[in-house]
Design a protein around this ligand. Structure first.
Ligand code: CMC
Length: 387
């Protein structure tokens, strides 16, 4: 096809070199800096994974303490930024608000705009990791008309987030450690996934020299779509629509119909063609959380399990190697924790921020050039404007 390689959807184009994350889709392997995701989910915690993704190595105990303290120093947001929320409708989708307020951080931290300075890039990463839970919880509080909760730095990352979501100034909020751990695991499982649509967007935006907050806002926008991060919200909407186990067969048929755009949300992955290793850990965590809360018989979970079973045995899904992905079970856990459905993708964005900023930093730490894909022009030939 002429001068360029034509690769719609970038199914066979490597756009960069990276040392951060390795995926072997055929064998369901996901490694961060060489460490298997299953081991990180089991033995590590989110802030340690952040350190690993950003720096390439696990921290020593001392390095970890310094990292956690430094991130904690940045958890508050400028009071002026809090005013931004008032400009949004209370029923705005929280992802719409996140696109705005995260981009707006660039108006507050002028030093972060000096992207050629490695120290400034590092501080910017701390700011983003620290402020995302605060901003995410503010979106929720704004939507229900409750006062914003300030972060509490002595709490763990997951505990702090849950307290800012569900605590109020007039009552003590006791965070359940099992739920905080489940939250932390959700953060770890979404932390990075090499050159997916949103990370590629962050890299491409970053390649122009745009500031990091603007680049992350671009990543949040790309993540929002239901084919990407928006799938966790779409799974729950789909389970609601199915409503009853007796309707599953009808939805399976809809998903198989080539003339119907409906897809089984939470199924399939561009790279994983065997299983999604994150989904396995997520499923286990889901069982633990529901057992703890005594809601193993939750009707939506029953529908989800039956749907998975039917799809895994159906020729259509087997032949196309469509398996449950990370988003199939994360929504059920989040719902059980009490997180409203429209916040699910925000939580994905919060978790993925470390991946985005690590890739952005890697881009700027290596020789690079602006990304500029070409096209195959299929429009009109040159013609004259009517006389
Ligand atoms: N339900 C029904 N059929 C499907 C599905 C699905 N979920 N996913 C793919 N297919 C079919 C598709 O119709 C096509 O069939 P045919 O060959 O007959 O035309 C075949 O499988 C290949 O699909 P594709 O669209 O070429 O595959 P892709 O690699 O471009 O898309 C995907 C990957 C994740 C966008 C897609 O599987 C999908 O839309 N899944 C549902 C949304 C979802 O769960 N997204 C979350 C992905 S994981 C988290 C993340 O990365 O954010």
């Amino acid at each position: 096809k002429g001068l360029f390689t034509y690769d719609p959807g970038f199914v066979s184009t490597a756009a960069c070199e990276s040392k951060i994350t390795y995926i072997d889709g055929a064998n369901g392997i996901l490694l961060h800096r060489g460490y298997p995701i299953e081991q990180l989910a089991e033995k590590s915690d989110y802030l340690e994974v952040c350190y690993l993704l950003l720096n390439g190595e696990l921290p020593t105990a001392e390095q970890k303490e310094t990292f956690v303290n430094t991130v904690s120093n940045h958890t508050m947001v400028h009071e002026q930024l809090s005013q931004f929320f008032k400009g949004f409708r209370r029923d705005a989708h929280p992802m719409a608000i996140m696109c705005g307020v995260v981009g707006a951080l660039s108006a507050f931290y002028h030093d972060s705009l000096d992207i050629n300075n490695p120290h400034h890039r590092e501080v910017c990463a701390y700011r983003l990791i620290a402020k995302m839970p605060t901003l995410a919880a503010m979106c929720y509080k704004y939507s229900i008309g409750q006062p914003f909760m300030h972060p509490q730095n002595e709490l763990s990352y997951g505990e702090n987030f849950l307290r800012m979501m569900f605590g109020t100034p007039c009552s003590e909020y006791k965070v359940n450690p099992v739920l905080a751990r489940a939250m932390d695991r959700i953060f770890i499982l979404h932390a990075d996934h090499e050159q997916n649509a949103s990370t590629s967007t962050v890299r491409l935006a970053g390649s122009s020299g745009a500031n990091p907050f603007a680049c992350i806002a671009a990543g949040i926008a790309a993540l929002w779509g239901p084919a990407h991060g928006g799938a966790n919200e779409a799974v729950l909407t789909m389970l609601d629509e199915i409503g009853d186990e007796s309707n599953i067969a009808e939805f399976i048929e809809k998903a198989k119909d080539p003339n119907d755009p409906f897809r089984l949300m939470g199924f399939g992955h561009r790279v994983y063609r065997n299983f999604d290793p994150r989904a396995k850990v997520m499923k286990k965590t889901c069982d633990e959380v529901l057992a703890l809360l005594g809601i193993e018989n939750d009707p939506q979970l029953r529908i989800a399990k039956r749907l998975e079973q039917i799809a895994l045995e159906d020729d259509y899904f087997v032949q196309r190697k469509l398996y449950p992905n990370v988003d199939f079970y994360s929504g059920i856990i989040l719902k059980a924790i009490g997180i409203p459905t429209n916040m699910f993708t925000v939580i994905f964005a919060l978790s993925r921020t470390i991946g985005w900023i690590s890739h952005w930093n890697e881009f700027h730490s290596s020789p690079n050039k602006i990304g500029r894909p070409r096209q195959l022009y299929t429009g009109e030939k040159q013609r004259d404007y009517p006389a």
